[in-house]
Each structure stands twice: as structure tokens, then as C-alpha cells.
Design a protein around this ligand. Structure first.
Ligand SMILES: *Cc1c(COP(=O)(O)O)cnc(C)c1O
Length: 371
């Protein structure tokens, strides 16, 4: 399933790192807690289908995505494990969900009312979402739950899961996490009092499952940690267990030149060489997810750090070299060279964002190779 590409720029995904991260977590979870591998947003930029297959092989029981489109893509790739869509899907697509055996997240009485107008055969599996403090999706009160359960047509909808999402599980301060856990327990009682069949419960994202494995319920939803990335700076520092990053990003230098003192570089001519300098051109730019803000950040060449200089262009950028290197020399934006390493965490920190965002922004124009 390797992408054919003519580019001297590529992402490498180490699928065994992903599998090792799953094994690490599995060892700490209670034997009854199963794993949803979260592969939304093209597997956080890593490649959804490849990551999903590797995760299942490593012991993940199910997959979670944000969109119905993402779920259908996985089914069309021949993946058969349970798939849950975490986001809102219009009731008009219930027949598609049933056709592909995709579970939907539901939390609005009005959704159930609208669903009654939809013509479908078979039974839709749903997970109910509770809002215990994230303030994004879900039912917040007992009253809402009673009304929802009244509206539920138990012949056509089967509740297989009940879940919530934590807002602060990656932070040192645990009180808000505990409040959300307690609230979930209360509201889960209410749902269960209204429904006779067993329901699988899940609360934990990567942060909660890594930090509090013994508090996890029937499932965890393991996203960022599976990719070997820490959910927050706090967790990177405290490292409850070591994670192995799966993604590295490389390119080859495609042009090298010596520029004279006073020479300028790139759009706006904002960079001026102070003395004679060696400059390399790299075929990656903001259309690949190397945003303009990366200007000034380091890349690795010959195991050494060298800075990106001048404005980042759409398809290319420039690096200041410590000496002339031949065209074809490897440049590493993310990953290791000799004893040096640039992590997504380091980049995120410098760009004042989070590793999740950097990984998701690497576009499909960069070919991914898997090993
Ligand atoms: C994205 C997402 C996750 C995964 O979160 P990570 O921090 O990446 O582990 C879990 N649950 C929901 C509802 C999500 O949207």
C-alpha cells in the first residue's frame, strides 16, 4: 500500500512503535479494559488505514474516528472491527451507518425524533455521549437523559456504549478530572436505570489511560499516546511510561550555494547573510504543513542542528549550512540523526501549540512510507 511518489521528501511511520505503545498501555490496563485506537484525521497525520491495521494486530479491539467519512473509508479498506464515530452525524445517514456496521454517537432527543422519519431496516448501534465538563457534546442533566430515553425507539436503536470526554486529564491538577469521573458515574446510573441491556462504558483518552490505568472502564480511547506522543508538556516531563514516537519527516537537499555577505533570501528578502554563508534548499513548504512560523526552527543535517532561514515558501524552504553538503544530503525535520533528535513536542513548544496540531497539519502531499 505504499504511495508512489517522485518527491525527495517523505514521512516514515514506524508501525512497530505504534504497536509497542499499545502493548505498553495494555500491560497496565486491567484485563477487562479494551482499546479503541483513535485514527481520526488520517490517524493524526500518520495514515489511518495503516495505523488501524497495525493497532488491531497489536491488540486494539475497535477503532474510533471523528467523521462518518473516516469510518466508511476504513470499512472500504476491508477493516471489520467495530468502528465508532465520535462526532455528530446527521440522522439522514443512519442507513449508511447500518450498511457499514458503523456505531454512531448520539446525545440529542431531537436527533431521535428526526431519526423516526428515516426509512431504514436493521438496528443502529449507538454510543450515548454525556457532557460531564468538557462542554462540547453530550447530555448534561438527569432530565435530558430521561427525555432522551423516553424518545428512544428500542426496537431500532441499541445502546452499546456510554461515554464522556475529559478536559484536563493531562494536567497536574486532578480535581476537575475527578469531578468529571464522579459526574459520569452519577449520570451513567441514570442511563442504566432506564435500559435493561448491558452497556459498555468508556471515559479515558490517552492522558487518563496512561496516568490512571486502573480507573479505566470497559474501553479507553487511545489517540495521541498510540502515536508515541505525549498529551501535554506536563506528561512529557512526568512520563508515566516511555512512549515511542512513530513519525519522522525527512527530505533531501536539492540545491546548495555559497552566498556573499549582504545577500538576501526568500520572499520579502527579510534574511540577510552576515558573512559568506552556505545555503541549502529543501523541497518542503507550507503546503506540506511546514508552516511559515517554522522559520528559525532547526533541522538536522549530518547529525547537527541547523536553522531554517528566510521565509518558508509554499513548496520549499532554505537552511543555513555549516559547510557545503552535496545535493541529496538527508535533512530531518522530525526524528533522529546520530545523537540529535527533534521531537514534535519540541516543535510544538517553539510554535506555541501542541504536538497534535503539528502532526495533523502534515498534508497528504508528503508520501508516507511504513515499516
Ligand atoms: C480525539 C479524541 C480522543 C483521543 O484523544 P487523545 O488525547 O488523542 O488520546 C478520545 N476521545 C474523543 C471523544 C476524542 O475526540
Amino acid at each position: 500500500m505504499e504511495q508512489k511518489s517522485y518527491r525527495p521528501a517523505w514521512i516514515e511511520i514506524n508501525l512497530s512503535a505504534i504497536q509497542a505503545n499499545i502493548h505498553q498501555l495494555n500491560r497496565r490496563l486491567s484485563s477487562t479494559t479494551k482499546i479503541f485506537a483513535v485514527v481520526k484525521a488520517n490517524g493524526y497525520g500518520h495514515g489511518d488505514i495503516q495505523v488501524a491495521k497495525a493497532a488491531i494486530e497489536a491488540g486494539a479491539s475497535a477503532l474510533a474516528v471523528a467523521l462518518m467519512d473516516e469510518a466508511v473509508r476504513l470499512r472500504e479498506a476491508g477493516i471489520t472491527v467495530p468502528i465508532l464515530v465520535l462526532g455528530w452525524v446527521s440522522p439522514e445517514y443512519i442507513p449508511i451507518a447500518i450498511k457499514h456496521n458503523i456505531m454512531l454517537t448520539v446525545f440529542q432527543k431531537e436527533w431521535l425524533t428526526a431519526a423516526k422519519q428515516i426509512d431504514f431496516t436493521g438496528e443502529l448501534k449507538i454510543h450515548i455521549k454525556l457532557d460531564t465538563g468538557m462542554g462540547r457534546l453530550g447530555m448534561r442533566t438527569e432530565q435530558e437523559i430521561y427525555e432522551f430515553m423516553n424518545e428512544l425507539d428500542q426496537e431500532r436503536f441499541r445502546i452499546t456504549g456510554l461515554f464522556t470526554h475529559f478536559a484536563t486529564a493531562d494536567e497536574a491538577e486532578e480535581s476537575y478530572y475527578r469531578q468529571q469521573s464522579d459526574r459520569f458515574e452519577q449520570l451513567a446510573q441514570v442511563v442504566r436505570s432506564q435500559y435493561a441491556e448491558p452497556i459498555q462504558l468508556h471515559t479515558g483518552n490517552s492522558a487518563a489511560s496512561i496516568r490512571f490505568p486502573d480507573q479505566m472502564l470497559d474501553y479507553v480511547r487511545f489517540g495521541i499516546g498510540m502515536y508515541g506522543l505525549y498529551p501535554s508538556l506536563y506528561m512529557e516531563k512526568t512520563r508515566p511510561f516511555p512512549l515511542q514516537p512513530a513519525l519522522s519527516l525527512h527530505a533531501k537537499i536539492i540545491h546548495v550555494k555559497k552566498i556573499a555577505p549582504g545577500s538576501k533570501l526568500s520572499y520579502g528578502a527579510t534574511y540577510t547573510a552576515e558573512k559568506e554563508e552556505w545555503i541549502g534548499t529543501i523541497p518542503l513548504g507550507y503546503a506540506d504543513g511546514i508552516q511559515r512560523k517554522w522559520q528559525g526552527l532547526d533541522v538536522l543535517i549530518d547529525g547537527k542542528r541547523m536553522p531554517l532561514v528566510g521565509r518558508i515558501c509554499m513548496d520549499q524552504c532554505m537552511v543555513k549550512l555549516d559547510q557545503p553538503y552535496p545535493v541529496g544530503t538527508q535533512v530531518t525535520f522530525v526524528g533522529k540523526q546520530k545523537n540529535e533528535q527533534i521531537t514534535l513536542e519540541e516543535i510544538a513548544h517553539q510554535l506555541e501549540t501542541i504536538n497534535y496540531e503539528i502532526a495533523c497539519l502534515f498534508t497528504n502531499r508528503i508520501p508516507r512510507y511504513y515499516h
